[in-house]
Structures are given as C-alpha cells and as structure tokens.
Design a protein around this ligand. Structure first.
Ligand code: ADP
Ligand code: ZN
Length: 218
C-alpha cells in the first residue's frame, strides 16, 4: 500500500502516519524529519534547507524531489510506504507521478487530515518531538513519562525551532497557497480519504481506517 498524508502544518499528520506505519508495516517517509536530521548532522543539504525552514518557507522543489527520489529507492519502501509532508506543491506532485510511472507504481490513497487553524495553533505550541526517532508528544495532551526523554527510544524530546507563533502563521500561509491546491489534484484522481482531527486522534485514525477499508486497501 502506498499512501500520501496531506494536511496543514501541525494537523497531526505525523501522529496518524506513525500509527499507519505500525499497523500496516509501511515505511514512513517524512520530508520534515529528513530535513531536520540533515540539519542536526550539518550536511550540505541541511545547511541549505535550514534557512527556508526557519522562515516557515518551503525548501526548493529541486532539493526536495531528489531527496525523496533517493529515499524511495531504498529497500524498505518495497513493502509500501506513507509519504508525510511530500508532495507539498503541484510541481512536487507532478514529479512524484513521473517517479512512480517510471517504477510502474501508483499511489493508492491520499489521506487528508481535516482540522481548524485555531485547533492547530492551540496544539502546536505544546508539541515536542524526539530528536532521535521523531516521535511526537504534547505537554498538554500527550506528555512523556519522564520530562524531556522519549518514552520509546530514550532520545531527547525538544520543541521544534519552527513551532513558534510567527513561523506557524507563515507555515499556515504557505500551506494554503501551495499545498491546498493538491487536494483538487488528487480529488480528480478519486483517491482522497478523510480523517477529522479536530477532537481526537483516535477518531481521526478510525475514519482513516474506514476510508482505507472502503477502498479495499485493508
Ligand atoms: P509541518 O507539516 O508541521 O510544517 P514538517 O516537518 O512536515 O512540518 O515540515 C517542516 C518544514 O520542512 C516545512 O515548513 C518546510 O520548510 C520543510 N519541508 C518539509 N517538507 C517539504 C516539502 N515537501 N517541500 C518543501 N519543503 C518542505
Ligand atoms: Zn524517540
């Protein structure tokens, strides 16, 4: 099964993607996580991406697309994957179609996370992420057992540099300008399924599973 998960910044894409990865043994490909790992390691890609990410802007398509192409050619993607945070522009979606065509593959479903901006803003400032494994926590809704330490891997749990009010506002703007048009792009292909994450991630996951089930994917 090959999935894309689409939604505003802070909508809970990563949380839902982590559940789907576990339950259906998919590779979880988060472009944000890959960029952050590169920034932490100080790679040339990381250095280039950092300026854009700190501003809440998108990293240029050329860099992002070649990074994803690389990642999709790794062995663990053969069993299926979930793309989280990619594509984020129509150009990226077209590049993905070309990549998949060349491999004789296609995306089975696009999971769209529905959420209000106000809910995002309220949640994103409490968000904390594990530097090592990318696990997502929230000081209000889902705290770690030991403060600052990841429950699953023991890594440091920190606030993302871009989870501050100005950058979140900018990321939302970027989302509505660049990423929202993708909903139409995939709706035309008839492959969108929705999950509502305004109330609770359990409800969201249940709706996503119902959608996958209705498409005969699970
Ligand atoms: P969120 O969805 O909460 O904004 P991500 O971890 O997906 O968080 O992305 C963080 C940042 O990484 C984005 O604001 C953007 O700067 C960059 N980024 C991630 N994915 C892409 C992409 N597909 N194209 C361009 N930039 C990206
Ligand atoms: Zn961890």
């Amino acid at each position: 099964m090959r999935l894309i998960i689409l939604g505003a910044p802070g909508s809970g894409k990563g949380t839902s993607a982590a559940v789907l990865r576990e339950e259906y043994s998919l590779a979880h490909i988060s472009t944000g996580d890959i960029f952050r790992a590169n920034i932490k390691e100080g790679t040339p890609l990381g250095l280039e991406a950092k300026g854009y990410i700190d501003k809440g802007a998108l990293v240029p398509d050329s860099l992002t697309v070649s990074m994803v192409e690389d990642r999709l050619s790794q062995d663990d993607c053969e069993k299926g994957y979930i793309l989280d945070g990619f594509p984020r522009t129509i150009a990226q979606a077209q590049a993905l179609d070309e990549m998949l065509d060349a491999r004789g593959e296609q995306i089975d479903a696009v999971v769209l996370i529905k959420i209000e901006d106000e809910v995002i803003k309220a949640r994103v400032f409490g968000r904390r992420v594990c530097e090592k494994c990318g696990a997502s926590y929230n000081v209000d809704y889902k705290p770690t057992k030991v403060e600052g330490i990841c429950d699953t891997c023991g890594g440091n749990v920190v606030q993302r540099a871009d989870d501050n009010p100005e950058t979140v506002q900018e990321r939302l703007k970027t989302y509505y300008n660049n990423t929202q048009p993708l909903i139409d792009f995939y709706d035309k292909k008839g492959i969108i399924i929705e999950g509502d994450n305004n109330i609770d991630s359990k409800i969201c996951i249940k709706e996503i599973k119902d959608g996958l089930n209705a498409k005969g994917l699970i």
